[in-house]
Write a protein that binds this ligand. Structure first.
Ligand SMILES: [Zn+2]
Length: 420
């Protein structure tokens, strides 16, 4: 068993070394098509409005992802090289987290959530995306596409294709991949999502959710715990939500997201103002952090053999942070079997180093024995990915501009991530 682990680690080390040495460059793996940032009006789907709708305090987001360290990187290459020496020596090896050790990767088998497949057509974006009021299709994309780039849209808005004689949408919404219905929010007026469904997937051992919002209704008998296959009918596209989406702008808001903390409701309860409610408990939108769905659909279209781990590893790391060592250390590490320590942990672990995408998605966790911290703090920053998602803004330069610190939003995210 141990021999197998070391064999695997040697492969990991060689793979990472090859990438760092320039074999695959440091390009941003994200598809530009899904990341355009034109101007747009404030959108009903935005997290900010969701907060207002529920009268909840805003906070950040993060996820349950944890991968090996072969990310494409720019400014962090020097420390990475030092780490690789450790890996080669086998000292770091037994601590490497990663789903690669636990399961072999499978091609990501996904389908678009409605019959609208214009995303795959040349210049089909206008037919695929539903823009916000007074703005074109660009404002229906994922990212900082609204309010002059100051508003972050955490999913994509898919345009309706079919309507009944009253003008109401009738498009069927299907599960984008095999999974299990995790949550059905059947009351439209409880959040900015309106009626929504969450489907839980296991992609390369990673727990990922797809979220379908603003629904008109659900497939008969749909309930939490129900297994679904890719393409199964789960709901009807609509315009439900607390923000009064007119029926002519009916659309499906789709997110591919991660649950930040499985104990979110307990973290959130003492932070709510008197009279506030958390109707959706751990499936509150605040506890879900999305990544770009269109980029994933397009990437799998371009490369059918693509697996989720490979996709995530291609995403740029925006910053790294140091967390105090605890047992268990971080919510995501406890909740996700694929990021359990692969072998005995070094002793003593004095801190955990976590690498993040600009969205706030953790992609790698590494135990440290050489440093301590009383509270989460920023270690390193890679600015280009941050600039690509300016409204997310989880880290900022400190007052003296000598280093970086968490913004209020970033600090809340770290707090959520640490909460046990
Ligand atoms: Zn939306």
């Amino acid at each position: 068993m141990m021999r197998n682990i070391f064999l695997r680690l040697e492969t990991v080390a060689a793979d990472a070394k090859r990438r760092v040495s320039g074999g695959e460059g440091v390009a941003n793996g994200r598809r530009a098509k899904g990341r355009a940032r034109p101007l747009g009006a404030p959108d009903a789907c935005s997290r900010a409005k969701r907060w207002r709708a529920q009268r909840l305090r805003p906070t950040g987001g993060n996820s349950n992802v944890d991968f090996r360290f072969n990310h494409r990187y720019t400014n962090l290459l020097q420390p990475l090289r030092r780490r690789l020496k450790l890996v080669t020596c086998g000292l770091f090896g037994v601590w490497v987290f990663g789903l690669g050790v636990l399961s072999s990767a499978l091609a990501l088998d996904i389908t678009l959530p409605t019959a609208n497949h214009a995303l795959y057509s040349p210049s089909g974006e206008e037919q695929f995306y539903q823009g916000t009021a007074g703005h074109d299709w660009h404002s229906g994309q994922y990212g900082c596409v609204r309010s002059g780039g100051h508003q972050y849209h955490e999913g994509i808005d898919v345009r309706c294709l079919e309507r009944d004689r009253h003008g109401e949408p009738t498009d069927r919404v299907v599960a984008i991949a095999d999974g299990e219905v995790a949550y059905v929010a059947s009351v439209g007026g409880q959040s900015n999502y309106g009626r929504y469904v969450l489907v839980r997937h296991r992609w390369d051992g990673v727990e990922v959710f797809s979220l379908y919002a603003h629904l008109a209704g659900f497939a008969p008998g749909l309930r939490a715990g129900q297994a679904v296959k890719r393409g199964d009918w789960i709901a009807v596209l609509g315009h439900s939500g607390t923000q009064n989406i007119p029926k002519d702008r009916a659309h499906l808001h789709l997110e591919i997201c991660f649950q930040i903390n499985r104990n979110f409701a307990a973290w959130f309860a003492p932070r709510m103002a008197k009279g506030d409610r958390n109707d959706h408990a751990n499936y509150n939108g605040i506890n879900l952090q999305g990544i770009d769905p269109a980029a994933i659909f397009l990437a799998t279209k371009d490369k059918p053999s693509l697996n989720f781990r490979e996709y995530m590893e291609s995403q740029p790391v925006a910053f790294t942070a140091l967390f105090p060592a605890r047992r268990p250390p971080l919510s995501c590490m406890r909740a996700q079997p694929w990021c359990n320590v692969n072998g005995p942990e070094p002793k003593p672990v004095t801190a955990y180093e976590v690498w993040f995408m600009a969205e706030g998605v953790a992609t790698f966790v590494r135990p440290r024995t050489d440093v301590t911290t009383p509270a989460p703090r920023v270690l390193t920053v890679n600015e280009p990915p941050l600039i690509s998602l300016p409204a997310r803004r989880l880290v900022e330069r400190d007052a003296k501009r000598r280093g970086w610190q968490f913004t209020t939003k970033g600090g809340e995210l770290m707090e959520m991530l640490c909460f046990q």
